[in-house]
Design a protein around this ligand. Structure first.
Ligand code: ADP
Length: 399
């Protein structure tokens, strides 16, 4: 087992596309790192450079303590699991799993033992004689995993391995792969565009945007302390609410104003995470609010913390919670970063429309009991110690 290290790695394709820019990232020995970002951000290119399927334009790629830039895929001792599984249709499950070992001239007894052990681990023992076409999608996925496991390689590389499975199976396989990786303790780099996969599977998550690394952190850290607007907008579902607000100082107490009737006092703790907010008094910033930090205001909440008389446009009942879409005067934050983070032209067009009309909607995640109904108005408060603040121009968190 070994660590994988990108040291200032660039990928320039022949047509001039810079798919990966100056990437420095270390996946520690036994670590499970997820590389995530919108489609086209360079994830697969980065992974393929590790596998040796793509040349490296500049920088060093290190596996263990060897620089592998000029080594062929076969010399790198890593196993890759693809989206398409790439199983041999005419071979049985056992032969599929044994194939690379046979090629490597591993003794027959040894092969049998390794296949048996992997099959046992993956719940495939009773299917060993079957051909891939007689398996379910999830079972085929497991065979693809099995092929990687039997080799005991230095590292695993996985390229969107779950994207061909239906939603329910994906949830199950997510947990299986994470558990397996943990038991085997093999260094793993896993690529996905699905931020929920990223948040639920890995030890750390590396977020990529247009070939550039944005932030590397544990899932919880990424969620609670995004370094910039892109990460804030990309990580979280439903997404973080973002609006333009002006920081105001009223007799030494700080407020954020989203408009004449929506001025909210900032808890002192809000500044603990974002100390630079004090330097932005009188200026507009991007304010981020996660849906779960809104709550219905009752009489115990000081008036200065309440956003009054919000119009409820839509209530989504999800059983254990409701998502309340409500009107806000807060101007939308519109930057290139967010266009990229949304990864969805329609959602961005909606945002631009909201900007043109000066109106946008926020989403609050509330308890279902006694939740307001569509068409009602509601007083909402926000736990301002959980507010996020970003520079509107650079997108940088105001830490
Ligand atoms: P992702 O895996 O994040 O979707 P890719 O690594 O596949 O992204 O692609 C990153 C960028 O490089 C994209 O802009 C893509 O169009 C470009 N690209 C990928 N392969 C090639 C190639 N062979 N030649 C030129 N450009 C490429």
């Amino acid at each position: 087992m070994a660590k994988i290290e990108f040291d200032g790695v660039w990928k320039r394709y022949a047509d001039g596309t810079e798919a990966v820019k100056d990437l420095s990232l270390t996946i520690e020995d036994e670590e499970f790192v997820i590389l995530v970002g919108p489609s086209g951000c360079g994830k697969s290119t980065a992974l393929r450079m590790v596998a040796g399927l793509e040349t490296i334009s500049e920088g060093k790629l290190i596996i263990g303590d060897r620089v592998v830039n000029d080594l062929s895929p076969g010399e790198r001792d890593i196993a890759m699991v693809f989206q398409s599984y790439a199983l041999y249709p005419h071979m049985s499950v056992a032969d599929n799993m044994a194939f690379s070992l046979k090629m490597a001239k591993v003794p027959k007894d040894d092969i049998e033992q390794r296949v048996k052990k992997a099959a046992d681990m993956l719940g495939l023992t009773e299917y060993l004689h079957r051909k891939p076409k007689a398996l379910s999608g999830g079972q085929r996925q497991r065979v693809a995993m099995g092929r990687a496991i039997v080799r005991s390689p230095q590292a695993y590389l996985m390229d969107e391995p779950l994207s061909n499975l239906d939603a329910k199976l994906r949830v199950q396989m997510r947990a299986e792969i994470a558990g397996l990786q943990n038991r085997l303790g093999v260094t793993t780099l896993y690529v996905t565009h699905d931020q929920i996969e990223a948040m639920t599977m890995g030890d750390r998550v590396a977020v990529l945007k247009r070939g550039e690394l944005q932030q590397v952190a544990s899932p919880q850290d990424l969620y609670e302390h995004p370094d910039n607007l892109f990460v804030a907008g990309f990580i979280g579902s439903p997404a973080m609410n973002l609006g333009c607000g002006v920081i105001e100082d009223h007799d030494g107490r700080l407020f954020v104003s989203f408009g004449e009737h929506a001025v909210v006092r900032l808890a002192d703790a809000a500044l603990d995470h974002y100390p630079q907010v004090t330097e932005y008094v009188g200026r507009e910033v991007a304010v981020g609010m996660r849906p779960e930090h809104f709550f219905p205001a009752d009489d115990s909440v000081p008036e200065e913390n309440v956003m009054k008389q919000r119009d409820v446009h839509l209530v989504e009942l999800l059983g254990s919670e409701v998502l309340l879409h409500f009107g806000t005067e807060a101007k939308p934050v519109i930057t290139e970063d967010l266009r990229e983070a949304l990864d969805d032209a329609e959602a961005f067009a909606e945002l631009e429309q909201a900007a043109a009309s000066g109106r946008q909607q926020f989403v609050a995640r509330l308890e279902p009991y006694g939740a307001p109904k569509t068409g009602q108005t509601v007083d909402l408060a926000f736990k301002t110690e959980h507010m996020h603040f970003f520079d509107l121009e650079t997108g940088r968190a105001l830490r």
